[in-house]
Structure formats: structure tokens, C-alpha cells
Write a protein that binds this ligand. Structure first.
Ligand SMILES: *[C@@H]1O[C@H](CO)[C@@H](O)[C@H](O)[C@H]1NC(C)=O
Ligand SMILES: *[C@@H]1O[C@H](CO)[C@@H](O)[C@H](O)[C@H]1NC(C)=O
Ligand SMILES: *[C@@H]1O[C@H](CO)[C@@H](O)[C@H](O)[C@H]1NC(C)=O
Ligand SMILES: *[C@@H]1O[C@H](CO)[C@@H](O)[C@H](O)[C@H]1NC(C)=O
Ligand SMILES: *[C@@H]1O[C@H](CO)[C@@H](O)[C@H](O)[C@H]1NC(C)=O
Length: 411
């Protein structure tokens, strides 16, 4: 019996160390969208993200439950101010009150590094809202400055790649001329406060709109002949990098070479309606798996060889309440129960909520958690990355804390 357990523990040790070492270097961020009624509690999500060493999270709001439950978790947060707040945020008093109520109480324990003011405002149809964008960004920045937080928390907004009028060849990238009146002063502001320009880019849409013309291999980061920019002679083997460099060119055409471009959203749906070409499990696995591999290799785009790509994948979970075509509800890397939608080496664990469990499995869980702790500490030393706290057992889960996958495969 003892020998049996010892072997089992060795087996677990090797499985876990393999998983953790393999993913330790992933610098990818993840969008934690919550338009769903079946997601696990933030405290369980914190354990899941810790288990796959994802330490950069983007929210669409400033959900106090998430910010509280990720206290002392070594996770860096981009939080969001929804478009519905823009009008109020142009008012300095309201902007400061928002920071004081939604940001300041959490910032001691939770690492909030960035606020996105509005999402894809310039590709909407509301020109009044567009005119509020910069003033809202400015008053949020002023409020952070007043409170002494502007060094710690940067201010930006996120835009759709649809703000480009031209994206190919990348060296000819330009913004839509009707949006220049908004974008030029926003770029000047970014340059002044040294904050990045955020783009949501989905090569999936380009393929879906034109499956006959766009090469699937080119959009999925698979081997393909690629394209060469005739002006620069730079070679592109995938669409995302071409889009990023097109944004750099558009920014340069407005007089700035000092603003970093960050991909605030990209992803691929694992399921779609019959008329949504390309929305399949295999394509989603290829897109996100290949992208993670490139991030692991610290790749840069051809046009910015000194700047490693900086990407937030969309999204952590499938979100069942998102409106629109089937694809909209199927961008997640995980189902709400913590099972990966496909295997790209991100087999994590979500503490399960089960009603009954045997004493034997509780003992095993204790051993697994202890081992995981040892491995995490070990890895931490080797990698000399910032420290992780112990895997936490959420309060609501006092009977069993099971390691997803391991538990189901062993018991
Ligand atoms: C904007 O401010 C008004 C007045 O203070 C308030 O009633 C309203 O709820 C605010 N809007 C949002 C979206 O917070
Ligand atoms: C917060 O995250 C940033 C970016 O990763 C890092 O430089 C900083 O040290 C972190 N701060 C804390 C308090 O962990
Ligand atoms: C703007 O777009 C929204 C949804 O995208 C739509 O409901 C609304 O009617 C549009 N407004 C105008 C003025 O076109
Ligand atoms: C990627 O960059 C990180 C940090 O600069 C470095 O530690 C790591 O070794 C690099 N990985 C590769 C594959 O070059
Ligand atoms: C778990 O917690 C609930 C409520 O907090 C409590 O009623 C229950 O007795 C606890 N179970 C065990 C095994 O401690």
C-alpha cells in the first residue's frame, strides 16, 4: 500500500513538473470575459490561472469580486472602463471618485497596472462617444496623478483593427481618414504619458469574410510561402504580424515612433454556425497553440525586431450569454468546468466543487497539493520569477479540493 502510494506520487510528480516547467515561460496574457451564467468563482479561477502560470489578466470592467479574490496572487491586471462610463468620466470629479472607489481599495493587494478607457469606440457609429474618448482618458490620468498612482497604473484604450483604412502592405498602413481627428490627439497623449496603443486583431474575421482568397495557413501561423512587403522587403509568414506592423506604420504616418503596440485581444473560435468559415476546433487549436509557441520564443514582428509581441488571448472561458453567431460563445480556451477545449499544453486545474468524497481522496488531495507546492517553490527558484503563493483552497470548497484531470485520471 505504501509502495503503491509512493509510486503514484512519483508519477504525479513527473507529470506535474513536466507541465509546470513547460509552461513557466509563457508570457501570454488572457482576457477574462464574464458574459456567462456558469463560470467558476474568481477564487477558483485564481487557482486555475496559477496552475498554468498565467500572470497577466485583462478584465472588461473593474469587478470587485475578481480584484478582491486575486489579492496577493502575483497576477498583473488590466482593468476596463466600459463605453457607458465615458460621458461621466469626462468629468474630473466623477473620474476621481471612480478611481477612489474601484481601484484604490484593491491596489495594495492586487497589481492593477493599466486601465483601458472604452473598448472599440472609434469603430462604433456614435461620434459623440468618440469625442468623449480622449477627455475621459485625460481625466482618468489626472485622477491617477492626483492620487499618486500614475506611475503604477497606465491609461489607454482598446481599438479594433478596423480603425485602419489600409493594412497591406504593412509599410503602407494608415488609419481611416475620418478617424484622424480623434486618433491624432490620442496618439499625442499616449506619447506624452508613455502608454501603449491597444489593438484587438482577429485574422479569423479576414478568413471568415474571404475563405476563397485568404490562405488558412497564413492566418493560422502554419507553414506557408507568406508575403513580402515590396516597400521594405520584409517577409511576413502570418497575418497577425502584418496587422501589428500596419498599425505601427499608421502611427508613424501620424508622426510617432515612440508608442508601443500591444494586442489586447486575439483568438479563434472553436465552433461556429455553418456559414462561419474556419470556426473549427482544429483551427482554434492551431491558431492559439502556434501563437503561444511564438510568444514562448519571444518572437518579434519583422518591422519591430526589438519589441517582443505582447498579446492577450481572447478568451479564458467560453461565454454562454454572448449574443451573436455561435462563434461568439466559443472563443474560450476552457469550458466553464475547467476542462481545456483543446490541448495546447495548458492543462491546468480548477478546484472542483463536489458534494461527497472519500477520506482516501482527501488524503491524496493533500499530498498532491503539498507536492505541487514543493514543485512550485523549486521552479520559482530556478526561474527566479516573482513568487507565487500556495495554491489556495477556496472557502466554499472545504470538503474536497481536487486537482482537475489528475484526480479524474487517478480515482
Ligand atoms: C453617470 O453619473 C450620473 C450622475 O452622477 C449617474 O446617475 C449615472 O449612473 C452615471 N452613469 C454611469 C454609467 O455610471
Ligand atoms: C506589478 O506588475 C508589474 C508588471 O509585471 C511589475 O513590474 C511590478 O513589479 C508588479 N508589482 C507588484 C507590487 O507586484
Ligand atoms: C449604431 O449601432 C447600433 C448597434 O451597433 C445600432 O443599434 C444603432 O441603431 C446604430 N445607430 C445609428 C445612428 O446608426
Ligand atoms: C525570452 O525572454 C525571456 C526574458 O527576457 C528570457 O528569460 C527567455 O530565455 C527568452 N526565451 C527564449 C526562448 O529566447
Ligand atoms: C463546510 O462548510 C459548510 C459551510 O461553511 C459547513 O456547513 C460544513 O459543515 C463544512 N463541511 C466540513 C466537512 O467542514
Amino acid at each position: 500500500m505504501v509502495a503503491h502510494h509512493f509510486l503514484l506520487l512519483c508519477f504525479i510528480f513527473f507529470c506535474l513538473s513536466d507541465v509546470i516547467l513547460q509552461i513557466q515561460s509563457v508570457g501570454v496574457g488572457i482576457n477574462y470575459g464574464q458574459i456567462a451564467n456558469n463560470l467558476p468563482s474568481p477564487s477558483r479561477v485564481a487557482v486555475l490561472l496559477e496552475s498554468i502560470s498565467i500572470s497577466r489578466v485583462k478584465l472588461y470592467d473593474a469587478d470587485p469580486n475578481v480584484l478582491r479574490d486575486f489579492s496577493n496572487k502575483n497576477v498583473e491586471f488590466i482593468i476596463g472602463l466600459g463605453n457607458e462610463y465615458l460621458l461621466n468620466m469626462t468629468d474630473a470629479v466623477k473620474a476621481q471618485a471612480w478611481i477612489q472607489q474601484q481601484v484604490q481599495p484593491y491596489i495594495g493587494q492586487t497589481n492593477i497596472t493599466c486601465i483601458t478607457v472604452g473598448n472599440e469606440v472609434l469603430t462604433g457609429n456614435d461620434t459623440v462617444l468618440m469625442s468623449y474618448l480622449l477627455p475621459a482618458m485625460q481625466s482618468i490620468y489626472a485622477a491617477l496623478s492626483n492620487l499618486g498612482l500614475n506611475k503604477q497604473v497606465i491609461v489607454t484604450s482598446a481599438h479594433s483593427v478596423g480603425i485602419l483604412a489600409n493594412s497591406f502592405p504593412p509599410s503602407s498602413g494608415t488609419f481611416r481618414s475620418d478617424l484622424a481627428q480623434y486618433i491624432q490627439p490620442i496618439l499625442n497623449f499616449h506619447s506624452m504619458i508613455k502608454s501603449p496603443f491597444l489593438i484587438n486583431a482577429y485574422p479569423f474575421f479576414a478568413y471568415e469574410d474571404n475563405p476563397g482568397q485568404v490562405s488558412l495557413e497564413y492566418v493560422l501561423f502554419e507553414p506557408n510561402p507568406g508575403t513580402t512587403d515590396p516597400n521594405t522587403n520584409l517577409h511576413y509568414d502570418n497575418m497577425l504580424y502584418a496587422q501589428i506592423d500596419a498599425v505601427y506604420s499608421a502611427i508613424k504616418a501620424m508622426g510617432h515612433t515612440d508608442i508601443e503596440v500591444l494586442i489586447s485581444e486575439t483568438g479563434w473560435p472553436s465552433k461556429g454556425d455553418p456559414d462561419e468559415a474556419g470556426a473549427t476546433l482544429d483551427n482554434a487549436r492551431a491558431y492559439n497553440g502556434n501563437l503561444l509557441e511564438r510568444i514562448r520564443k519571444n518572437e518579434t514582428t519583422p518591422g519591430k525586431p526589438s519589441v517582443p509581441i505582447n498579446v492577450f488571448v481572447f478568451a479564458l472561458f467560453n461565454e454562454d450569454l454572448k449574443p451573436g453567431p455561435t462563434s461568439e460563445r466559443n472563443y474560450g480556451l476552457y469550458y466553464p468546468n475547467g476542462t481545456p477545449v483543446y490541448n495546447i499544453g495548458l492543462e491546468g486545474y480548477l478546484p472542483q466543487l463536489t458534494s461527497s468524497s472519500s477520506a482516501r481522496s482527501e488524503i491524496m488531495d493533500f499530498f498532491i497539493l503539498s507536492l505541487l507546492n514543493i514543485i512550485t517553490v523549486d521552479t520559482k527558484r530556478e526561474e527566479s520569477t516573482a513568487s507565487f503563493s500556495d495554491p489556495q483552497v477556496p472557502e466554499e470548497d472545504n470538503t474536497t479540493t481536487t486537482l482537475y484531470a489528475l484526480h479524474t485520471s487517478i480515482f
